[in-house]
Design a protein around this ligand. Structure first.
Ligand SMILES: [Zn+2]
Length: 400
């Protein structure tokens, strides 16, 4: 059949055979990650790939230091098979985690283990941040340069991965910040960019405790200055049209929250259940002591709650009740297997868990499948792990 061929078509025709190989490589790598130790024959059986194709891919993964042999397995008749596992230690991901106060840049291997890391205070000047981030990545790229190295960036705002752009970072009022493009231009490294809530959802998917790793439908709720949610649907981040899904921080849960939401309204979930609202409640309960909500630190508030301070406990329980209202809305709408809460508030999980479940159980009809509500089990910064997870998702994605 004759067909008009544009330059773009010609390019994709040429790219196709390589692409197929890449996909097969991802499939094999993911099987090894997921089920190791296993043999080449195990992979061929599980994937329906030709035995010779699997062997060729394993050879290339071995020579790229991504996979290693770990001795012989048990024989099912013939020669004992050689078992494989993911090789640790090769830097494959540079994760950049930009938060309103601090920015971290870390290098990690295929298992998500950080091999090098440093942090600096986030500047409100986008140009300064471009310079610092590009400089940091260049330095790591010089030190750890290899063909598998890629960059993942987690940002507190609306991102457009196709263009490597941050469309809007509300905290600093940055618009159309072309950070991904700049990094690519300066270093030649591939860049994946996403918002912090999606990054956290990916981190749970890749690094969460065993139980969560097997769950394919869940929602993460990040309680910070605002509230962000990330939706994992069938083992993938659900981004919606233009990546705008998951803005549940702005769902209406009441008439007038104690603080103003980042969108300017008072009726949003954020206005009722964010850290900012918690601090404001705590300050209001202590109004005799003239506490400014802005001066309240989460560390201080949590320490007080741990020691039984009535106002700290009361403000936490009140906030968790509103957290529960939003969570029950998510459960009613999505019926996910799990809701995973992250942020400082999970440090007092024992204190708030009952009140969370209480609200959720009251509002959800019986006979609906029960959704587990858990505190995140991630260690270190979940958003930094998410930034690394953005890269790992690319390495393993098509088979996950
Ligand atoms: Zn809002």
């Amino acid at each position: 059949m004759p067909k008009k061929m544009h330059l773009q078509d010609a390019k994709s025709e040429i790219a196709r055979p390589k692409k197929m190989r890449d996909i097969n490589k991802q499939i094999v790598l993911n099987y090894i990650r997921d089920r190791s130790p296993l043999s080449r024959a195990d992979i061929a059986r599980a994937t329906d790939l030709q035995r010779s194709t699997v062997s060729a891919i394993v050879e290339s993964l071995k020579s790229a230091d991504l996979v290693e042999e770990i001795g012989e397995g048990t024989s099912t008749g013939g020669r004992k098979p050689t078992m494989l596992q993911i090789k640790r230690g090769k830097p494959v991901a540079i994760g950049v985690d930009l938060t309103p106060t601090q920015t971290s840049i870390a290098v990690a291997d295929l298992s998500g283990t950080v091999v090098d890391e440093y942090s600096f205070p986030t500047s409100s000047d986008a140009e300064i941040m471009t310079e610092k981030i590009v400089g940091g990545i260049s330095k790591f790229n010089d030190e750890y340069r290899n063909e598998d190295l890629e960059v993942g960036i987690s940002l507190p705002g609306i991102t457009d991965n196709a263009f490597g752009t941050a469309r809007f970072i509300p905290y600093f009022n940055w618009r159309e910040w072309e950070i991904g493009k700049k990094i690519y231009e300066e270093t030649g490294l591939d860049v994946t960019i996403d918002n912090d809530a999606n990054a956290i959802a990916l981190a749970e998917l890749w690094f969460g405790r065993e139980k969560i790793e097997k769950v394919r439908n869940f929602i993460t709720v990040l309680v910070a200055d605002g509230i962000g949610t990330g939706i994992i649907f069938d083992g993938q981040v659900y981004r919606g049209e233009n990546g705008a899904a998951g803005e549940f921080g702005h769902m209406i849960v009441g008439e007038k929250g104690p603080v103003r939401c980042s969108c300017g309204g008072y009726r949003c979930w954020e206005a009722f259940a964010s850290e900012t609202s918690l601090k404001s409640r705590f300050a209001a309960l202590n109004n005799g002591a003239g506490i400014d909500p802005k001066s309240v630190s989460m560390d201080h508030l949590i320490k007080l709650a741990d020691s039984g301070d009535e106002n700290a406990v009361k403000s936490l329980l009140n906030t968790s009740e509103y957290l529960g209202i939003g969570i029950s809305n998510l459960i009613v709408g999505f019926s996910p297997q799990a809701i995973i809460v992250s942020g400082n508030i999970t440090r007092v999980w024992d204190l708030i868990e009952d009140s969370l479940y209480g609200v959720v159980e009251k509002s959800i009809r019986r006979k609906l499948p029960r959704t587990v509500i858990r505190a995140s089990s991630l260690e270190g910064s979940p958003t930094l792990m998410g930034a690394i997870g953005l890269v790992l998702a690319n390495k393993f994605s098509s088979a996950h």
